[in-house]
Design a binder for this molecule. Structure first.
Ligand SMILES: *[C@@H]1O[C@H](CO)[C@@H](O)[C@H](O)[C@H]1NC(C)=O
Length: 211
């Protein structure tokens, strides 16, 4: 009995006590890569959301992740140096993947890749994740954490699935969503939960099915 009770207590941290809404929260990153951005425009950008509130923005021109809105005044929630570094690495990888997809289609010129990546918690427990990538505005491939596997959403995406599952581990992708993302969300909520509850924000991704 004791270990069962202890585990959630260790896991939850200090902010659990005052949960108001039905305990649903999400952390989502929307990213976009452009093969031929206009002069002075970033080729990669990412925006982080807590529920439906944008709190973080990164772009490849400044190479800096920066807080948005009220999060400009929150100290200690995000290690901005660290996030800037990881987003830079992600941006480089993202644009390389965009090039690979363009090669599959023998496309040249200006193309875009968009990504929606994130996780949800309910009452402080993991309750789902999503990772979908679109090419030129059309859903291209998504990650299924249950199998786990990349699921092609267009015929050409089968090549990408095989490549990504050969070069990278599906288990690492799964743990990045289920563990790292969830832990980040739990940490961010220690600083942001009261604000999100007070604003009546919604975990928009908790109800709508994600394709
Ligand atoms: C490439 O596409 C992006 C996104 O649609 C657009 O903002 C940008 O202006 C385009 N670049 C050029 C050089 O036309």
């Amino acid at each position: 009995m004791v270990p069962v009770l202890l585990f959630p207590l260790l896991f939850l941290g200090p902010a659990v006590a005052q949960e108001t809404q039905d305990g649903l929260y999400s952390l989502t990153y929307y990213s976009i890569g452009i093969s031929r951005p206009n002069e002075g425009f970033p080729s990669f950008q990412a925006t982080g959301y807590l529920n439906d509130q944008a709190f973080l923005h990164y772009d490849s021109e400044s190479e800096k992740a920066e807080p948005l809105g009220p999060w400009k005044h929150v100290k200690g929630m995000v290690d901005w140096e660290e996030v800037s570094k990881t987003q830079k690495a992600r941006g480089d990888f993202f644009l390389k993947n965009l090039k690979d997809i363009m090669d599959l289609y023998k496309d040249t010129g200006n193309h875009t890749m968009q990504e929606k990546y994130g996780c949800k918690i309910r009452n402080n427990n993991y309750c789902g994740a999503f990772w979908t990538i679109a090419y030129d505005g059309q859903d291209y491939i998504k990650f299924d954490t249950e199998i786990p596997a990349w699921i092609p959403l267009q015929p050409k995406a089968l090549n990408t699935k095989v490549k990504w599952e050969t070069e990278g581990s599906v288990w690492r992708a799964k743990s990045s969503l289920e563990e790292e993302c969830t832990q980040k969300l739990q940490k961010y909520l220690q600083y942001s939960r009261t604000f999100l509850d007070r604003q009546g924000t919604h975990c928009s991704l908790c109800h709508a099915p994600l394709h």
